[in-house]
Structures are given as C-alpha cells and as structure tokens.
Design a protein around this ligand. Sequence first.
Ligand code: MF3
Ligand code: CO
Length: 253
Amino acid sequence: MIRIKSPREIEKMRRAGQIAAAARDLAGKLAVPGATTHDIDKQVEAFIRSRHAIPTCIGYCGYPAATCISVNEEVVHGIPGKRVIKEGDLVSVDLDVGFEGCIGDCAATFIAGKARCDEDVKLLSITRQAFYEGLRFARPGYRVSDISAAVQQFVEENGFSVIRDYVGHGIGTEMHEEPEVPNFGKPGHGPRLVKGMTICIEPMVCAGSWPVRVLSDGWTAVTRDGSRAAHYENTILITDGEPEILTVPEPEV
Ligand code: MF3
Ligand code: CO
C-alpha cells in the first residue's frame, strides 16, 4: 500500500530532508584525498546528531554506519572504513536522516580533488541530470514507470548504463516504502502518482555494463566489469504541480 502523507508528516520530512541535504553537502567537502571513509562517516554522523536528528542507516538490517560510502567501481552500500580516498576517486555518499519519526534520504557522487578523466566528469553530470529527467514525470497524471523510462532513456542516450539490481523507493516513516521506483522500464506502468506521495528518485549509473555483485562484507555492490559508477538521489513530494524536492538545504535567512 502506498501511504499518502499528512501535512504534519510532510513538514517533518522537510526538516529531515534539510538536515540530510546539509549532511550530504558536508560529506562532499570532506571527500578529499587523504581522508578515510571512516572519518567522513563519523563527521557526518556527528553533524546529524548535532541537529537533533537520527542517522537512520545505523542498524538498518544490521548496517554498521551512518552513511554508505562507495568508491569508484563500488555502486552503493560501501561500508565506511580504513580506505584512504585518493586524488580523482569517485566518492558516492548515501545517507538517511530521521526527524521526529520521518525520514529524508539523499545521495551524491563527488570527485576527490582533480578528476582523473573527462569521462568521470560526464558520468557525474549525466547521473545528476538523469534525476531531473525523471523528476519531470513526478506529478499526477503520470505513473511510476514514466519516471523510470525517462531516467533510462537519458542515461543510455549518453552512452552509460543504469543499474538494475537496486531501485528507488517510497519513503516516509520507513526508509523503504512502496512503491519501487526503478531506473529502467517501459513507460505507462506501475502505480499512478498522486499528490501527497513521497518517493526517492535515485539514478545509479555506470560507465560500463550494469551487472553488479556484492562483496563478501555482505553489503558493498560493485560493477562486475569494474567500471566506475555514480549515484544521485533526492527525496521528493508529489504535489498538484511541480514536485517538491525535500532534500534541499535550509534556506538562509
Ligand atoms: N539510503 C539507501 C537508499 O537509497 C539505503 C541505505 S541502506 C543502509 O535506499 F543499510 F545503509 F541503510
Ligand atoms: Co539513499
């Protein structure tokens, strides 16, 4: 069942989203050569807690950290640890924030220091733009797979592949709610979008081919061909008109 959110829940999701987006910005600043993924995770966790919010990833299905940090050919769910970030690494940070029982989820990929090649820069920009291509269909009158098809078409037109094994999702009081929001598929299928739904659109894109495998830590998903990957995610609210991105930093006053 897809639950329509109440105005009260939406307000809390906005707050969670603002903290999540600020935490993502912080992670981007920390993702520099020489930093360990553990350092980044701990600083992001401290920031989330300083805002009286909860790093919801900790303990989710036994996950041990506040953030997922996935480097280069790691697509998602990399566990922060001793790994030292190197110049030109692609650092994907995914995090969830809980505020008064409501959740915001967002991710982005950053380049540490100087880019290794133009293809890396293009991969990040196509992944981010793919989110916005999907977002155009995130409104009443469309169905979930209209978002999926828009993301896939844009990514493939630009010579990259969308990951199939992980998908976007509904969100609210749980990190993962119905519906699933894949980044691939034919348009015109799946649930109809309705005002008050909250979903995560999260293109996961790689430069090579899309099959992935999970490392022996039970979490880290890497591309089988070793090609580099990027991720971009926001939590959004379906409205009567333009969708509202909930994972945006608080406006400065
Ligand atoms: N934030 C992820 C998503 O986009 C899920 C995090 S998995 C966890 O769905 F185990 F780290 F919580
Ligand atoms: Co996420």
